[in-house]
Design a protein around this ligand. Sequence first.
Ligand code: ADP
Ligand code: MG
Length: 729
Amino acid sequence: MSSLRFNVVEEAFKKRPVHVPTPEERPSEFYGKYVFNRAKMFKYLPARTYQKYCKVLSDGTPLDLQTADEIAQAMKQWAMEMGATHVTHWFQPLTEGTAEKHDAFLEHDWKGGMVEEFSGKLLVQQEPDASSFPSGGIRSTFEARGYSAWDPASPVFIIGDTLMIPTVFISYTGEALDYKAPLKKALAAIDRSATKVCRYFDASVQRVTANLGWEQEYFLVDEGLYAARPDLLLTGRTLMGHESSKNQQMDDHYFGAIPERVAEFMRDLEIQALELGIPCKTRHNEVAPNQFELAPIFEECNLAVDHNMLVMSLMRKVARKHGFRCLLHEKPFAGINGSGKHCNWSLTTDGGVILHAPGKTPEDNLRFLTFIVETLVGVYQHNGLFKASIMSATNAHRLGANEAPPAIVSSFLGKQITEFLDSVEKSTTDALINLEGKHGVQLDIPQIPEITIDNTDRNRTSPFAFTGNRFEFRAVGSMANCACSMIVLNSAVAEALTRFAERVDALMADGMERIPAILHVLREDIKACRPIRFDGNGYSDEWKEEAARRGLDCETSCPLIFDRYLDEDSIRMFESLGVMTREELEARNEIKWETYHKKIQIESRVLGDLVMNHVIPVATRYQSVLADNVARLRATFSPEEAEQLSSYNVELIRRINRHTTFITNAVDEMIETRKRVNRIEDERALAVAYHDEVAPFLDSIRYHIDKLELIVEDGMWTLPKYRELLWIR
Ligand code: ADP
Ligand code: MG
């Protein structure tokens, strides 16, 4: 029974000694140790330069080269004191990760030696060869130049020996080739429109920022077992594997005690994240075995997006140090929950008021109502686009399964906010209605103090739920760059707020008072966006029918959902807010379709290889063992007795044969289908063909492989099984 599988399983179940970090200081002391944050800038920069930098942040004006030079000198000094020798621009191309290209701080001194040098020009811009990054045809191959430019709103940091500079990445002709550039434009748009609306209530508001608090779910698997699963290695998910007899049905993993080896990993991860200025707060087991979550405290949206990208790469790195692999795929294992990344979103004024939180006075609550309603209007107007913003080949496995939001975007408000909206819609007077805040509940349990109950309840099935002082966009995938959904969300709400202000201004210009004008427009909007509100069970079939009746987008095919980016409504919104142009949107869709077809193509190839190299040889070998046994029985016993004694094995041989015949035929057919559709040149049509014609083979072939896994002798099966992959000891 000595197979690769048994060796790796044995290794995995031995307890490994791992490095346990022991920082002497408290987190508040090492928080931000490797970040050139404001406090350090204040210390290292001349006062005048520091003031200029602050002004760049508050006004959004571009940085001049002289100031950049002074900042670069201070950064270099700090970075060298910290032991850094290299510098890189760190950007988010339209792939799944981040990109970097390191340069040493070295220059000729032109006297035969070298000096440590880092100029303001290098801080402000670099020219990475852009031809190897996806551009959707924006940048033709003869114009390979791309530019990365520092984003002063996201502080530089050090990883290892390298100073990392967060940057935007654009083409020679100025189109965005990344996620950050359009995100910053969407955030500027929501700032403009929300500030204008805030001033109906408080003339002193200067700025509104968007907040993002993400919750990152992930799986850990033992590194040895991972290495023995080519499908995990190459596609990030298991393409086969029968369900473990026990997985999550006992509900005993969620919030359960964290296994010691995992706790050590989490501690190490958190220390490193805190040192990089990421405010880690929450960690716990998730619903599925081996599934966990990390959530920091919310931050300004642009910074939070960078921090999430950083955490995802840290997770992968730290996991390997602890003998694990971190799986960020949305559905690494069939039959158990997948991973999402809830994005908690709200708006805050420069005065610190959370605009999505109820206030104390009726006027505060009118403002609260305005922001709730206009958020709903944005989601309603662009519900198909919201779905497109979270859709991918990998997240498609999770949506609509019995754990994650359905592939229909709707919003849950809870009983109290629903009643509040209804009463405003129906009321005919201009008197303001107040909203009950949190209330105390006396619990009838000895020694337990009174607790306060939120004015929202919870609904796990809603893709976009109001949760007391924020909306939680729950459909986002665990692997996604949050910027994708944040660009759409902030743009859609910016558009709704702009239209709200235009109508209020028009009514006031006609002589209507401020509050009646606001209430008038809100009543219209509450009525108009009613179809997006749904508090029921999002998993039910009745909801699918009801949603279609309401005119919500019910498409489930990933490549077709991407079409929503090119709807005239979407293009008009993005262009009018200055977030993205038609050309940029078209280019991005080319990349989305291309990525989709390549992912399915890789999965299909990997499955084909596994079938021919593992599954069929193993099943055939076991079949021979059985046949051998039947032959021996026949040689030993009388024909009648042999027939009786071998009947079970004869039936098993037939069953194995039925499965292997199906599998080999289907693999051949899948390969022929790939060859045929690969001739399609149009990216959209190719993606659609992969979705409709190639992807279904993955499921049908898997079904028969999983049946074989149950039949074949355990010792012969070469690939680690779910029951081994899913239970860390
Ligand atoms: P859960 O939704 O699982 O109960 P938590 O209560 O831990 O999760 O909060 C999830 C995230 O929401 C955290 O990152 C938290 O900082 C963030 N959050 C809390 N309030 C706001 C807000 N007003 N705007 C944006 N994010 C917020
Ligand atoms: Mg949550």
